[in-house]
Design a protein around this ligand. Sequence first.
Ligand code: ATP
Length: 332
Amino acid sequence: MFSDSQNDLEIIAVRKTYGDFEAVKGISFKVIKGEYCCLLGPSGCGKTSLLRMIAGHEEITDGDIFIGSKRLNSLTPAERGTSMMFQNYALFPHLSVIDNISFSLKIKGESSQKRYKEAMNFLEMVQMSGFENRYPDQLSGGQKQRVALARALISKPKVLLLDEPLSALDPALRVRMRTELKLMQRELKITFVHVTHSQEEALALATTAVVMNNGVIEQIDSPLNLFNKPKSKFVAEFVGSHNIIKSGTGFSSLRMDKTKVSDNLSKNIKTGVRAKIADIEFLGDSARIIMKNKDQTIIASVDDVSFIKKEYTVGKEVFCHWDTKDLHELEY
Ligand code: ATP
């Protein structure tokens, strides 16, 4: 089976087993050239195994992986047209920044003049000009990340594979580097496949998010659809910011920011429940009111923090309600 669109990444019925254990259970999807694809899921769901099979660092047990019409299965990592950026950056400690970046060109036998020129261009692209003679242990985490990115990009891959690239950074830097990564991807128009367990990261970065659970795909969608129309209970819970409400024989998701709180218990609203405030979490520009009754916990996310402080206290009985149009029925 061949994909006819040049440079699209296609995963076809791919399985990965380690001994008797099936880590990836025959999954298929396509990433169109130039997309920012995030593989998202909890620890152990199989996302790194899949990324490593695309990169050629792990053998494919069954199935096929293509870039355009090129079948990757039996190719070496260097022959695939992919490049990998590792979680711990994997910079060579004994090589300077410029030698780290130009390493793959050296392997290809490029002249030192060409290597230097090319590496300097990429150094500038990641805003690290002036650092060419430093060694990795003389760089901050964010700087190492930029160097690793330049090193991965210099081989001009068709698909850049990123394994939790932001996880080693502190929270403020993570958000800044996240923006830079997205802008760079947009400018370069290279397909990025980025593994993360952070739903916030995936929602912020992805044009397409692939949510995995237990070796299978739960949902492939745009971040907006993932958030507004989760297909399953798992996706609604994993993406976060949703309550799961029992409706009829099944369940519906209800966005926490669409969940309302009223202290007028006599109000005749049918779509709601009585509950007690168990806690209020202040998050600066918003707050989460956590309400509990004997059946469930429901959380309302509200913007008007000052109002909450005056009107609501822990232990107060309230009416927690919603518009039926805001309930989204879950398939499973
Ligand atoms: P994390 O976010 O923790 O990295 P992940 O979703 O990337 O998790 P994988 O690393 O792909 O998950 O692992 C999927 C499953 O396969 C896990 O249960 C893991 O223990 C198992 N696994 C991974 N590598 C091996 C291996 N070399 N031998 C045996 N089992 C493995």
